[in-house]
Design a binder for this molecule. Structure first.
Ligand SMILES: Nc1ncnc2c1ncn2[C@@H]1O[C@H](COP(=O)(O)OP(=O)(O)OP(=O)(O)O)[C@@H](O)[C@H]1O
Ligand SMILES: [Mg+2]
Length: 311
């Protein structure tokens, strides 16, 4: 703590201490029997040590001080973390405000572009312009969705209805990519206390990722069941029954170095990805007091598992 590398401290004199600390101790030592004092000392330019010194009554061997030295660096780390969180929160707020402004501006741009394309349907870039506007709209919508905590409306919700709706929405995409869909919906009952729109979005994000992962022909499977006991060790034990949803694909899987980052906002390995799908999904699962995890055993694609407390 004092930067006295390996020096044998026992028996050494106070004069061996770094000058700033020595000064403090000498100052305290003048007030024999007086109150103790606390001082903070910098270490490597940062506040790092708290010294509390208490003069003792003169002992037979001369002046004596009791000194308590505390390392403050963990506190400093927490402070730095909080500052970082603060910054992230304001970046998030800014991003949401910007997304909002961009979306408003896009209404006018979109109307004008639609008009222009109607007049010149053969124009070279018309298809590209339309597609890119769609893309901006999607990105802005996702950022808004992530940051704006549109409060969920909870009621009795059927997980199977949500899954079937999501599968219907995904049908053209699966078909276009030659992906076989297997669904085994066996949770009984399948009701949770939840917001069907939000849950639909969560499942859609998983299905979209699965369809991206299956390159060429392949399979995406969706399974549900009801877990009532302590489970098989693959799920956190819970006293209440839980509806388990598993979305599995036969794609290339997830590299182990990506696994810890999947649910972070803006983590993506796709050229045109935003990295928001799973962050949104996790937030939705958490607002339902659920749990989400991912696994990817080598050569066996990826599996995402959601657990929701059964209602
Ligand atoms: N089923 C999967 N198989 C393999 N990798 C996956 C799978 N699902 C997610 N990933 C990885 O996790 C990353 C993050 O996924 P996420 O859905 O959050 O973002 P994204 O799909 O890249 O972009 P978007 O915001 O459009 O969803 C992906 O880029 C991909 O690397
Ligand atoms: Mg995605």
């Amino acid at each position: 703590l004092l930067g006295l590398d390996g020096q044998p401290l026992v028996g050494s004199a106070a004069t061996d201490l770094p000058a700033s600390i020595r000064g403090f101790l000498e100052h305290i030592a003048q007030f024999e029997g007086g109150p103790g004092r606390t001082e903070f000392f910098e270490r490597q330019g940062r506040q790092g040590l708290r010294l509390t010194a208490l003069p003792l009554k003169p002992a037979a061997c001369g002046d004596a001080l009791a000194v308590l030295i505390q390392d403050l660096s963990p506190t400093n780390r927490i402070k730095a973390d909080i500052r970082q969180l603060d910054r992230l929160a304001s970046v998030g707020t800014l991003a949401a405000e910007m997304a909002h402004e961009v979306r408003n501006a896009m209404v006018a741009v979109r109307t004008l572009v639609d008009l222009l394309i109607e007049k010149n349907p053969e124009a070279d870039l018309s298809a590209t312009a339309r597609r890119e506007i769609e893309r901006i709209d999607t990105i802005v919508g996702q950022v808004l969705n992530y940051s704006r905590n549109s409060p969920p409306v909870f009621k009795q919700a059927s997980v199977h209805t949500v899954i079937e709706q999501s599968l219907t929405m995904m049908k053209p995409r699966f078909k276009g990519r030659n992906i076989t869909v297997v669904s085994r919906l066996e949770a009984a009952p399948d009701t949770v206390h939840g917001d069907e729109h939000h849950l639909n979005q969560a499942i859609l994000n998983l299905l979209l990722n699965a369809s991206d992962a299956v390159n060429g022909e392949g399979t995406v499977s969706v399974e549900t069941d009801l877990i009532t006991g302590p489970g098989d060790g693959s799920v956190p034990s819970a006293s209440k029954p839980q509806v388990r949803i598993r979305v599995q694909d036969s794609g290339a899987g997830i590299p182990s170095e990506s696994l810890p980052h999947l649910f972070e906002p803006f983590f993506t390995t796709k050229q045109d990805g935003n990295g928001l799908g799973l962050a949104i999904t996790r937030r939705i699962v958490h607002e339902h007091r659920g749990h989400i995890s991912a696994e990817s055993p080598p050569g066996r694609g990826a599996t995402f598992q959601i657990l929701l407390p059964a209602a």
